[in-house]
Ligand binder design. Structure first.
Ligand SMILES: C[S@@+](CC[C@H](N)C(=O)[O-])C[C@H]1O[C@@H](n2cnc3c(N)ncnc32)[C@H](O)[C@@H]1O
Length: 268
């Protein structure tokens, strides 16, 4: 396993990708997939390839390791419940502050913005902060242009909305571009959920499908950061296979446990 560790150390040193945050078996599956692809069957040879391959394999490996997989309106059943949370919050507070933490290429925060507009919230009173650790994903998010692929059909993802054409335009090259009045609700910024400070006062935080890839020891710091960033009474939504660890759980009650929506009840 030390040769595998040498590969990880090399990646961390040369690319800045923090391998030490990630679950080891997850990393092994990804590295092994690249090794099969290049016809290499031991870690030492793969490390040699990474060293000598003129940055090509390094970039391929980095792409494989950074899981930016996302969708518009991912896990459709969550979004009806989130609409209720937004409407209730808008009744309670003047301006609804939302954080999409680990937003990947922006489809999650844009879905939240579209949902808020569709629910009739006043756009002047909706602020969405969207953050990720990955600068490339953030650049794609700011551009707000998405293309269907063999496995991801954008118009199907937008089917959750009665009339998606209010929120996206076609750019003539087969791409969908998020309309300016949707983009205007979202600000993108780099933030590392493990090492950067918590934020404060949010009414709703979405932290979905990041903890599933992260090494166990970092789940608590991540969920501690997001929970501290919520005001009392604010809501947290996790990914559909994620749960709150013991220490953090005490700060929440389940608003809708089937779809992983929690309400912050205590302020400590
Ligand atoms: C699978 S995507 C989830 C995107 C979206 N939340 C969703 O559920 O569709 C996971 C994202 O977490 C980001 N990420 C990984 N480690 C992170 C960290 N320490 N801080 C912030 N974001 C991180 C990755 O860059 C990636 O964009």
């Amino acid at each position: 396993m030390t040769e595998f560790q040498d590969v990880l150390d090399f990646v961390e040193r040369e690319t800045g990708f923090a391998t030490s945050y990630y679950d080891e078996s997850y990393l092994d599956r990804r590295v092994s997939a690249r090794m099969r692809r290049r016809g290499v069957d031991d870690y030492a040879d793969y490390l040699e390839l990474l060293r000598t391959d003129d940055a090509e394999e390094r970039s391929e490996l980095l792409d494989t390791l950074s899981v930016n997989v996302t969708q518009f309106f991912r896990d459709e059943k969550v979004w009806g419940a989130l609409e209720d949370v937004l409407l209730d919050t808008a009744d309670e507070v003047r301006s609804v502050d939302i954080w999409s933490a680990a937003c990947a290429d922006g489809r999650e925060p844009y879905s939240i913005a579209m949902l808020a507009l569709d629910a009739g919230l006043d756009p002047r009173n909706v602020d969405i902060l969207a953050t990720d650790i990955d600068e490339d994903a953030l650049s794609r998010a700011r551009a707000g242009r998405y293309e269907s692929t063999r496995t991801a059909d954008i118009s199907e993802q937008l089917d959750f909305l009665d009339d998606p054409s209010q929120y996206v335009d076609h750019d003539g090259d087969g791409g969908f571009v998020v309309a300016d009045h949707v983009k205007d609700l979202v600000t993108f910024e780099r933030h590392d959920l493990i090492t950067d400070d918590p934020k404060s006062g949010f009414d709703l935080v979405a932290c979905r499908n990041v903890c599933i890839y992260i090494d166990k020891q970092y789940k608590l710091p991540i969920l501690d950061t997001v929970s501290q960033s919520l005001r009392e009474g604010g809501h947290l939504v996790l990914g559909q296979t994620e749960t709150l660890p013991g220490d953090v759980k005490e700060r929440f009650e389940a608003a809708d446990p089937r779809i992983r929506i929690y309400r912050r009840v205590s302020d400590d």
